[in-house]
Design a protein around this ligand. Structure first.
Ligand code: BES
Ligand code: MN
Ligand code: MN
Length: 462
C-alpha cells in the first residue's frame, strides 16, 4: 500500500502544495472581527475541497460563532470509523513587522511553506484531506471516515461542545484522529499522548478614579501598575512554585520510573538555548525543561498594559492596569477550579488601595491517552513504516481543549499524530511548515487507516 500511496503522492506533489498555498491566502483569523468574512470564506473553501476529494454529505454547519465543516465517507457498517478533527482558523498575525514575508502571501523557501496557519493547523489539517483523496483514488479506504473541521479552536472552541453534544449519532466513531501537535524532530518521530489543560483569565486593577499627575500625587496614591506587577511577581516563589493556595492539591506526582522513561526522549538543552537565543533556561526547581513543559503546571502573563505607552514621556499615574494570565494544567487539575482558586487568591492579596476585577476566559481540561489501544498501535506502526523508526510517546505542553470533550461526550480516545516541529513558529511571526513534514503526514495517514482497520478486526474477530 505504501508504494501505491507514494506513487500517487509523487505524481501530485506540486498540486498538493499549490492547493495548500491557496488555502493559506485566506486570512481566517478567528480572534479579530475584521477577518470575519474570510473565516466564513475558508469554511466554504474547505467544503469544496472535501467534496472534490470524494467526501459525501459535506456541509457547512452554522454555530453561534464560526461554522464547523462536516463531511463523511461511509464505506460499510462492518468497518471501523475514524473521526478526523482539525481547525481552519488561525492565530492573529501580529506583530506584522517581524514577518519576513506577509503572513497571508505564502512563500515556499528552503523547503518550507511560510504563512500564518502553515503548520497550525491548515497545513496539518489539509494533509488529511489529501491522504483521503489518495485513499479514494487508489481504492485503499479501509475505514469509514468523518471529518469535522472547526473555525474557533484558537479562541477556545466555544461552540464545538454544543455541536458535539447535539450530534452524537452523526459523529459516532471508533477513534478521533488529529494532526495539530508536533513531533520531536524529523528523524525522531513521536506521538503525543498528553496535552495540558488551560485556565485563562484577565485581571483589572483600579487605583484612583482618573489618571493623575505623578508629581502631585506620586507617593501618596497606589499606582495600579506598580501594584499589579507586585501581585503578579508574588504568584511564583524563588523555586518557581506557584503560590496560589491549593494550586497543586490535585497534581499527580509521577513515579521515578515513569520520569526516567520520559527522560529517554532526546532533548538537547544547548540546541534549545541556541534556538531561542537565551543564555539559560528557567523554571520550577527539581524538574527538567521537558518536564516543566509537560508534566508540571505553569502560570504565565500573556500581556500586560496600562498607563502611557505613546511617544516620549508623560508623567502620569494611571487609573487602571490590566494583564492577561494563563495557567497550563496537568491531569486531575480542573480548569474551573483553578480559575476559582486564582480569582479568590488574587482578590485576597490585593491591597486596600486598589480594586481588583478578575474575568475568566476560555479553559480546557488536560488529557493523557494510553499507548496500548488500537488507535495508538496503528499510529505507531504507520509512523514506523514511513520514518523507519518507532515513534516515541511524549506528553506536550500545549492544549487542545476539545480532546477531553471527545472522551467525555463521545466516549472516544484521541490519537494526536502531529507532524509539525516545535521550531515551526506557530503563533509567532514567520510560522512555517516543512514540505518534508507535509508529505510525510500525507503518506503516513493512509497507513494509519490500514493498521487501524487491522487492529480493530483483531480485537473484534477472535
Ligand atoms: N495546535 C495548538 C496546540 C498544540 C501545539 C499542542 C503544539 C501541542 C503542540 C492549538 O492550536 C493551540 O494553539 N491551542 C491553544 C489553546 C486554545 C484554547 C487557544 C494553546 O495551546 O495555547
Ligand atoms: Mn492548532
Ligand atoms: Mn494554535
Amino acid at each position: 500500500m505504501l508504494d501505491t500511496v507514494r506513487t500517487y503522492l509523487d505524481n501530485n506533489k506540486d498540486r498538493f502544495v499549490d492547493e495548500l498555498v491557496e488555502l493559506l491566502k485566506i486570512a481566517s483569523v478567528s480572534a479579530d472581527p475584521k477577518y470575519k468574512a474570510e473565516v466564513f470564506k475558508t469554511a466554504d473553501e474547505i467544503k469544496a475541497r472535501l467534496t472534490e476529494a470524494g467526501a459525501d454529505n459535506v456541509e457547512v454547519c452554522p454555530t453561534k460563532g464560526f461554522p464547523i465543516v462536516y463531511g463523511e465517507k461511509l464505506v460499510s457498517s462492518d468497518l471501523p470509523t475514524v473521526l478526523v478533527y482539525g481547525h481552519y482558523d488561525v492565530q492573529p498575525p501580529d506583530p506584522m513587522d517581524l514577518w519576513d514575508s506577509p503572513p497571508f502571501e505564502p512563500v515556499v523557501k528552503d523547503g518550507k511553506i511560510y504563512a500564518r496557519g502553515a503548520c497550525d493547523d491548515k497545513g496539518q489539517m489539509y494533509m488529511h484531506v489529501k491522504a483521503f483523496e489518495i485513499m479514494m483514488q487508489t481504492d485503499n479506504l479501509p475505514c469509514n471516515v468523518k471529518f469535522m473541521i472547526e473555525g474557533e479552536e484558537e479562541v477556545g472552541s466555544d461552540n464545538l461542545g454544543d455541536f458535539v453534544k447535539a450530534n452524537k449519532e452523526k459523529l459516532a466513531a471508533d477513534v478521533v484522529l488529529i494532526s495539530d501537535t508536533s513531533m520531536i524532530a524529523n528523524d525522531v518521530p513521536s506521538i503525543t499522548v498528553g496535552l495540558r489543560g488551560l485556565s485563562y483569565l484577565e485581571v483589572e486593577v483600579t487605583g484612583p478614579n482618573r489618571d493623575l499627575h505623578s508629581g502631585i500625587y506620586g507617593g501618596a496614591v497606589a499606582n495600579p501598575i506598580n501594584i499589579l506587577c507586585e501581585m503578579i511577581a508574588s504568584l511564583q516563589d524563588e523555586n518557581g512554585h506557584i503560590t496560589i493556595p491549593g494550586f497543586y492539591d490535585k497534581v499527580e506526582e509521577l513515579s521515578d520510573e515513569l520520569r526516567a522513561e520520559m527522560a529517554k526522549a532526546p532533548f538537547d538543552i544547548n540546541e534549545y538555548k541556541k534556538h531561542l537565543d537565551i543564555d539559560d533556561v528557567y523554571g520550577e526547581t527539581g524538574y527538567s525543561s521537558m518536564e516543566r513543559t509537560s508534566i508540571r503546571p505553569t502560570l504565565d502573563v500573556n500581556g500586560i498594559w496600562g498607563g502611557y505607552i505613546g511617544e516620549g514621556a508623560k508623567t502620569v499615574i494611571a487609573s487602571k492596569a490590566y494583564a492577561k494570565i494563563s495557567m497550563r494544567l496537568v491531569p486531575h487539575q480542573k480548569s474551573d477550579e483553578i480559575t476559582q482558586l486564582f480569582s479568590d487568591h488574587f482578590k485576597r492579596i490585593a491591597p486596600k488601595s486598589v480594586k481588583v476585577k478578575v474575568t475568566p476566559h476560555h479553559g480546557g481540561e488536560p488529557v493523557v491517552t494510553p499507548t496500548d489501544f488500537p488507535g495508538y498501535i496503528a499510529a505507531s506502526k504507520a509512523m514506523e513504516d514511513t520514518f523507519n523508526k518507532k515513534p516515541i510517546p511524549v506528553r506536550t505542553g500545549g492544549s487542545i481543549p476539545i480532546v477531553a470533550l471527545f472522551e467525555e461526550v463521545l466516549g472516544l480516545k484521541t490519537i494526536l499524530m502531529g507532524f509539525g516541529l516545535d521550531s515551526d513558529a506557530i503563533h509567532s511571526p514567520n510560522e512555517h511548515y516543512g514540505l518534508f513534514n507535509y508529505y510525510k503526514g500525507i503518506e503516513t495517514i493512509p497507513l494509519f487507516y490500514k493498521y487501524f482497520a487491522d487492529e480493530m478486526k483483531k480485537q473484534g474477530g477472535d
